[in-house]
Design a protein around this ligand. Structure first.
Ligand SMILES: Cc1ncc(C[n+]2csc(CCOP(=O)(O)OP(=O)(O)O)c2C)c(N)n1
Ligand SMILES: [Mg+2]
Length: 389
């Protein structure tokens, strides 16, 4: 099993703090093949929740507390969805345990007129963007009604076809540039998705066009059962952006302050016409790939343990308490409130999302072929004969 490498071959140009090692590095990488001097690296709040005072960012207390609560809510949703799936109440689900800072941080500077093009593991970011919990439950349960984004929010549907949503996001940004639209686009994708040709094409188009798009590569160490070192010839994805002429930065994806800082700067750059940014957020997929897999058959639990210490929520909480923004008892109270919020949403979901077997042929074709129409009629007659609504 691969061992974590604590000696990152990169210089932190803004922070003496260390961004965590690549999630599952097993060696075999040649650090000298990369021009390390050009890769900026950021961590502000270390694993012990200590702030790099030289980098103290000027976020309002309100922003910090809202972001903290969103991370806790995301985790509560995650745990409940997993339980519901195991009880047969939910469809296949992709957990996001441990990646909450990465998720919330990447969308917090966006307004509704900015665009967000997510991959499937993005419910934390979607909650921040205004998706209700019950809508996300409806979506993951496979109901058509769950898919449209909230009114007035420029979100694309989440993409399951790996990397397929990165070129469209770049295309939107190129169009915005031509229309002199002063907003930006954020698109996220995984370390595995970075092997797709479309992602390379998107980076190149964006660089040439100075498109206002921020590429967030969530390097969580795994693409289902494929570890990083079998996926890539480098464990520093930010280096790839440099090759395309895209401003690139590597950030501790479990450090919410670093994520917020980097994303705010990247959005400002994009909106000012300074072009795209690649943000490599180093994090770890602590849970299952989806409820359809079992990581115990391909991953040693010992690889997960160090990441318990890097928990983005606990890290932020210890700092918020130390700086007087939260009382000692607040984290537990907020956790309970968020759990209740998810349970209340589950009730609404149960009331509203009623499956009707009669609709299973809908939404497939604009005009249904005769062969399927015959099957549909036979099926409806069967439902009638059994008295099914
Ligand atoms: C084009 C395509 N190929 C293969 C798959 C099957 N698949 C689903 S998720 C996944 C791994 C993606 O890993 P990564 O990009 O690192 O994202 P993560 O799941 O770690 O968030 C693969 C190969 C797919 N959905 N689409
Ligand atoms: Mg991955």
């Amino acid at each position: 099993m691969p061992e974590a490498d604590s000696n990152l071959p990169i210089q932190a140009s803004r922070s003496p703090g260390e961004v965590p090692p690549p999630p599952s590095s097993s060696g075999g990488f040649d650090p000298h093949s990369i021009d390390l001097g050009r890769i900026e690296c950021l961590q502000i709040l270390n694993e012990r929740g200590e702030l790099d005072e030289g980098l103290n960012p000027a976020f309002s207390d309100d922003d910090l507390l809202r972001v903290h609560r969103a991370m806790v809510l995301s985790r509560a949703f995650d745990a409940r969805m997993l339980a519901m799936q195991r009880q047969g109440q939910m469809g296949t689900f992709a957990p996001n345990l441990g990646q909450e800072a990465c998720m919330i941080g990447q969308v917090w500077p966006l307004g509704t007129a900015d665009w967000f093009s997510p991959s499937y593991r993005s419910f934390g970011a979607q909650i921040w963007r205004g998706w209700s919990i019950e809508r996300l439950m409806t979506l993951w349960a496979g109901f058509h009604d769950g898919f449209p984004p909230p009114e007035g929010v420029n979100d694309l549907p989440f993409s399951i076809v790996i990397g397929s949503h990165v070129l469209p996001a770049t295309g939107i940004a190129m169009g915005m540039r031509r229309a002199k639209d002063p907003h930006c686009v954020v698109v996220n994708f995984g370390d595995g998705a970075f092997s797709q040709g479309a992602v390379a094409e998107a980076l190149n188009f964006a660089a040439v066009d100075k498109a206002p798009v921020i590429f967030v590569c969530e390097n969580n160490g795994w693409a289902i059962s494929t570890p990083l070192h079998k996926q890539s010839g480098t464990d520093i994805f930010a280096a790839r952006g440099v090759g395309y002429g895209v401003h690139s930065i590597r950030v501790d994806g479990n450090d919410i302050l670093a994520m917020m800082t980097v994303m705010q700067e990247a959005c400002e750059r994009a909106r000012q016409g300074d072009g795209p940014t690649l943000v490599e957020a180093v994090t770890f997929r602590m849970s299952l790939h989806t409820t359809a897999d079992d990581p115990k058959v391909y991953r040693d639990d010992a690889l997960v343990e160090p990441w318990q210490e890097r928990c983005p929520i606990r890290r932020m909480e210890s700092w918020l308490i130390r700086t007087g923004r939260l009382e000692q008892a607040d984290p537990d109270r907020i956790r309970q409130e968020c759990e209740q919020e998810v349970l209340d949403a589950r009730e609404r979901f149960r009331e509203e999302a009623k499956a009707s077997p009669r609709t299973i042929f809908d939404h497939l074709y604009e005009s249904i072929p005769q062969e399927l129409e015959d099957q549909r009629m036979a099926y409806l007659r069967k439902l009638d004969s059994k008295g099914v609504e």
